[in-house]
Ligand binder design. Structure first.
Ligand code: 2NF
Length: 310
């Protein structure tokens, strides 16, 4: 009779599942475990980065970031440096774009600071010739019409950094790498230290610090706050003009053509407030109502107005 063995345990002589020594098997197991761990770690990192946010960004009372913000910044930077002012052709628009978004992405949009914008300021430094700086307050359209014709004059928005950012909105969120396109803090309703307000304060300050010679300001005599101590001009710019560099501030108080009522002229007490602040800062001040070169621009739009027929 044959010897039937029913044991399931293989004998020493029987071949195993493969011809590998115990040492090699252990090594393979360890390697497999390490590989698995690396794969899991990579999956977790990718998941965290790519997974849609569990919690949406905080909702604010202001308009969200301008759609295609980064593309607009890049496009404006190239337009300015390659076409409008080729003397700035050496500027690195890629770096400028990155420095701009890095100034506010992944940060609390109510704790923006001047420091956040320092690299951007450095990358967009620009020399504005003396006697050519034009400030404005409550008169954005007219002031820019003026410098559009007088190409040798510069408002902040005629400089690279102002040109890039004018009219845009932007903010991020502390818990995300993304821009917040839904809403951003409103400067009155939410917080004053938001990325946009801090940006304009910072660049306005530098624009004023760098001004030299005779500088101008276009004011609006057809509004109640022709000079507003709380505006960027009244709060930041006039306090950062350098008395040693700026010889005089010339104010042009302009009035709407056909407007029923002129709130203020150069003789109004509100203009004396401006004059007083400048005299304390040892900066000369002159004021002229309806400065003719700017008045002409208004008249182009309203040639039939009686004040344009003189
Ligand atoms: O958007 C701009 N281009 C801008 C914004 C703020 C300041 C330009 N600036 C610079 C310009 F170079 C001018 O010289 O400051 C001067 C004009 O600012 P202003 O405050 O004296 O003039 P306004 O007509 O009162 O305001 C201009 C615009 O800025 C807004 C305001 O609603 C208007 O659209 N603005 C004013 N203050 C703030 C603030 N703290 C503000 N927006 C956000 N935060």
């Amino acid at each position: 009779m044959s010897d039937h063995r029913f044991s399931s345990v293989p004998t020493e002589e029987e071949p195993g599942c493969c011809h590998l020594s115990r040492k090699v098997k252990v090594c393979l197991c360890v390697l497999l475990c390490v590989l698995l761990c690396v794969l899991v770690a990579v999956a977790v990192v990718v998941g965290v980065l790519m997974w849609p946010r569990a919690t949406p960004p905080r909702a604010w009372n202001g308009t969200g970031s301008t759609p295609h913000f980064s593309e607009i910044v890049l496009g404006r930077c190239f337009t300015y440096t390659q076409l409008l002012r080729p003397e700035l052709g050496h500027a690195d628009c890629g770096q400028i774009g990155k420095a701009f978004t890095n100034a506010f992405l992944s940060k609390d949009p109510c704790h923006s600071s001047e420091q956040d914008y320092q690299l951007l300021l450095k990358l967009t430094s620009q020399t504005i010739p003396c006697h050519s700086s034009v400030f404005w307050s409550k008169s954005t359209q007219l002031a820019h019409l003026y410098t559009r014709v007088r190409q040798d004059m510069f408002t902040l928005e005629d400089t690279l950094i102002g040109y890039i950012a004018d009219g845009l909105n932007w903010c991020g969120d502390a818990g995300s790498y993304e821009m917040n396109y839904q809403s951003c803090p409103h400067w009155r309703k939410d917080c004053i230290n938001n990325p946009v307000s801090v940006f304009w304060d910072t660049v306005s300050k530098r624009f004023a610090e760098n001004a030299c010679g005779e500088v101008q300001v276009v004011l609006n005599g057809s509004v109640s706050n022709t000079f507003d101590k709380n505006s960027t001009f009244g709060r930041v710019e006039i306090h950062n003009l350098h008395p040693g560099k700026v010889s005089v501030l010339k104010a042009w108080v302009m009035h709407d053509i056909g407007g029923v009522y002129s709130y203020h002229t150069c003789s109004s007490p509100i203009i004396d407030d401006l004059k007083f602040i400048l005299s304390k800062r040892n900066i000369s001040f002159t004021c002229e109502d309806d400065y003719r070169p700017i008045k002409f621009l208004q008249c182009v739009k309203s040639p039939e107005d009686s004040s344009c027929r003189k």
